[in-house]
Design a binder for this molecule. Structure first.
Ligand SMILES: NC(=O)c1ccc[n+]([C@@H]2O[C@H](COP(=O)([O-])OP(=O)(O)OC[C@H]3O[C@@H](n4cnc5c(N)ncnc54)[C@H](OP(=O)(O)O)[C@@H]3O)[C@@H](O)[C@H]2O)c1
Length: 328
């Protein structure tokens, strides 16, 4: 089969469309003929050698995909050959075929086509596990989403609105904020021109939950932006990994800070998250209130262009890599 390989850590042109050995499904896994795979910011880090795959995972890029099941591993009874599905992956999505634990599969939601379904697993599982399962976001609260125009952000806006919360977002331009508003965001903050702490405190009395992709650089200001009893959920380190936590501020607000990665979790934990997403979030997708936001679809061979585009901060939502028919 063909897949994208990394010649050496570096810029996007290290990505090569190469012939590699196709995986075979182990016990509890299925083999998917990949229709499309989602491009995530983490892939850009992995390409640069800064985000190695967890032990036992495929060395290939790709944290989510959609496709058709072509083979069942031992013990898989809940899916059939020929079923269409989308999948949360620990790696391996930038390929024509991928082996994935069956518990990490989700059905392709009703109105969402097979291709577009590739844009959902990573954002759905990340947003649901951090914002709802972790931070306990509830109707009537205020959610602040940093990077509202990104893949995670565009999904978080929709989930927040579907759950009946006030959604505030930060983004790097007024055009991107306007697109966030069209998705339902209520409070729009241009992080290049405005102080998000002042804005969220003035407009909403602070945030009950903050979904943060910046990490260290925003840690102290995020505490200032929390309402009493607020929960800060850190999922990214675009602004660095090491910061100083002002425990006095956190204590005064009776707040909490959590940070969680999805990729390194054991399969059973991922299965629990996928099951919760299927039960609670998939009906919102089926009902149309949380849709995949696909900015561009490119052929798998053009993975380097996709990485350049995502890095350019012009993509609203997600980029997908589509597969021509499998040659295996
Ligand atoms: N922990 C986990 O399990 C997990 C899972 C998935 C993703 N993530 C993380 O979540 C983040 C988003 O991932 P993604 O795939 O959605 O990436 P993406 O589509 O590239 O989005 C990145 C976002 O960061 C925003 N941004 C950049 N500088 C900012 C700043 N100073 N303040 C606020 N926002 C800023 C960008 O906003 P503009 O483009 O408007 O400038 C953009 O919307 C990444 O850090 C990723 O590693 C974590």
């Amino acid at each position: 089969m063909h897949a994208i390989t990394i010649r050496e850590p570096g810029e996007p042109d290290v990505l090569e469309y190469s012939e590699v050995t196709a995986p075979s499904p182990g016990p509890g896994e299925v083999l998917l003929d990949v229709a499309a795979s989602g491009v995530n910011r983490a892939d850009l880090m992995q390409r640069q050698g800064l985000y190695p795959p967890p032990e036992g995972a495929s060395q290939l890029l790709g944290l989510e995909c959609s496709g058709t099941i072509v083979e069942l591993g031992q013990g898989v009874t809940t899916w059939q050959v020929g079923d269409e599905a989308c999948a949360l992956l620990a790696g391996g999505g930038y390929a024509q075929r991928v082996a994935v634990p069956a518990v990490q599969l989700l059905p392709v939601p009703g109105e969402v086509g097979l291709l577009a379904a590739a844009a959902l697993p990573e954002v759905a599982c990340t947003v649901w596990s951090n914002v709802v399962m972790g931070a306990g976001l509830a109707a009537g609260e205020t959610l602040l989403v940093h990077g509202g125009a990104g893949g995670i952000g565009t999904h978080a806006i929709q989930v927040g609105k579907a759950l009946g919360v006030t959604v505030a977002v930060t983004a790097g331009s007024d055009d991107r904020l306007d697109q966030c508003r069209q998705l339902g965001a209520d409070i729009l903050i241009n992080y290049r021109e405005q102080d998000f702490v002042a804005e969220i405190n003035e407009q909403a009395g602070g945030a009950d939950v903050i979904l943060d992709n910046i990490g260290a650089k925003y840690l102290d200001r995020n505490l200032d932006a929390l309402a009493t009893g607020g929960r800060l959920a850190i999922i990214g380190m675009q602004g660095g990994a090491k910061g100083e936590l002002n425990i006095g501020k956190l204590l005064g607000k009776r707040g909490s800070v959590a940070a969680a990665g999805l990729r390194g979790r054991p399969v059973d934990e991922k299965g629990t998250i996928v099951q919760a997403v299927r039960e609670h979030l998939w009906p919102l997708v089926e009902g149309g209130s949380a849709q995949p936001i696909v900015a561009e679809v490119m052929p798998l061979e053009q993975a380097a262009d996709a990485h350049r585009a995502l890095d350019g901060s012009k993509i609203f939502g997600k980029i997908l890599l589509s597969n021509a028919k499998s040659d295996t």
